[in-house]
Design a protein around this ligand. Structure first.
Ligand SMILES: [Cu+2]
Length: 122
């Protein structure tokens, strides 16, 4: 017989994990506020992914160091333009769960067709 400890290190870690994990019951969704700055430039968005939780109020500042761009999310009926070298700030409530592409709808510059990102609402 070997003297096994009462609790292995693994058991302890598992217990700690159980104590620190969020409850399985869904909590009432308290809307959070999230802020992002998205830089739109020839020809990318940075960051390319905006990851929020359902019902978050998302405050987004869109800036462009070069030409006019837009931040467009069809599913949310968002289309915000930013002027050359400028910025624009707007808010929306992420009330629909899913993965939604965002893109630049400006067509003065062909490269804008390549500008894509994804809004993820969990
Ligand atoms: Cu653009």
């Amino acid at each position: 017989m070997t003297d096994a400890p009462l609790l292995s290190r693994r058991d302890v870690l598992r217990t700690v994990a159980a104590l620190t994990t969020a409850p399985l019951q869904p909590e009432p969704e308290a809307p959070g506020r999230r802020s992002f700055t998205v830089v739109a430039r020839k020809y990318t968005f940075e960051p390319e992914v905006i990851d929020v939780r359902r019902n978050d109020v998302v405050r987004l500042t869109l800036t462009s160091p070069d030409i006019a761009h837009s931040f467009t999310v069809d599913a949310y009926r968002i289309q915000k333009r930013v002027p050359p070298g400028g910025s624009v700030t707007f808010e929306f409530r992420a009330d629909e769960i899913g993965r939604f592409p965002f893109y630049c709808s400006m067509r003065a510059d062909e490269g804008c067709q390549d500008m894509q990102g994804e809004l993820i609402v969990r």
